[in-house]
Design a protein around this ligand. Sequence first.
Ligand code: AHG
Ligand code: MN
Ligand code: MN
Length: 321
Amino acid sequence: MLNLHDALKQADIDPQLKEVIGTIAATCKSIGGKLRGGALSGVYGSESSENVQGEVQKKLDVVANALLKKSLLNNRHVAGIASEEEDDIIGGGDEGRYLVTFDPLDGSSNIDINVSVGTIFSILPTTKPGSQVTMDDFLQAGNQQVAAGYVLYGPAITLVLTTGQGVDVYALDYDGDFYQTHTQVQVPAATQEFAINMSNQRFWEPSMQNYVADLLQGEEGPIGKRFNMRWVASMVAEVHRILTRGGIFMYPFDNREPNKPGKLRLMYEGNPMSFLIEQAGGASSTTRIPIMDVVPEQIHQRVPVILGSREEVERVDTYHK
Ligand code: AHG
Ligand code: MN
Ligand code: MN
């Protein structure tokens, strides 16, 4: 079986990019190790601190962030990093050609209850190699990403990766190596499964309310088919389900806090997941434009996220025209 190292060796991409991906995969093994030990690892519970988003940090948010920060800044090909758990960007080696943005621990509300969580990452090229990075270097649209992926810490630890040549899936074996289990994953174009946090219904825009109301009407409604619903509350787990069997994931704009356009963050949630889904033949949208066309103005910028099976994402867009 092909392990990650050999698969990267064969890949037609910059060797420096391979090293950056290798560093992320190795660090995620350590994060997975902490999760395996559960309460024994001392990573359950919360810190007293809040992150820049105003969310209380879980212990594992802090630990996972520290591990990724250290390993990435030790990789000389990394010109800079940005993390959900860091207020500002951090510069790396002057010779580095890659910027890494990451959500060190996605699905934090699931840590203490032993339900699937993940790490999400996006890799962008530096625009000015050889000089210290600035915020402007990071503020590139998702369509500039050279690689993206996630590690899902579930019953199995699974790495899902794209370098712009399709999507490959790896599972972590007992010997400590990631082995390729699926290659060129494809998201089915049609689906009968949706994922949305229904408790926010009254805060959505009318067009989103209409779409979900029609989904719920099933075969008797205008869409004409019955839908099932799932909500894990870990984006990594929802995207993994969609890559495996199709579906539509939605975290739309809502007016709980009208100054924030949705809950999820563009640079380390919306963009990398959109890159994966589109590389697998699915679609992604803000309900108005493709997510990867959004030109960021801030590193922690939020974005409405609709992604998954192409026909359903297109239908959501139609409701918003
Ligand atoms: P994070 O733990 O990195 O803050 O992300 C959580 C995100 C995402 O994983 C999930 O889809 C969503 O928040 C869950 O939101 P609700 O709490 O509204 O269900
Ligand atoms: Mn997240
Ligand atoms: Mn997170």
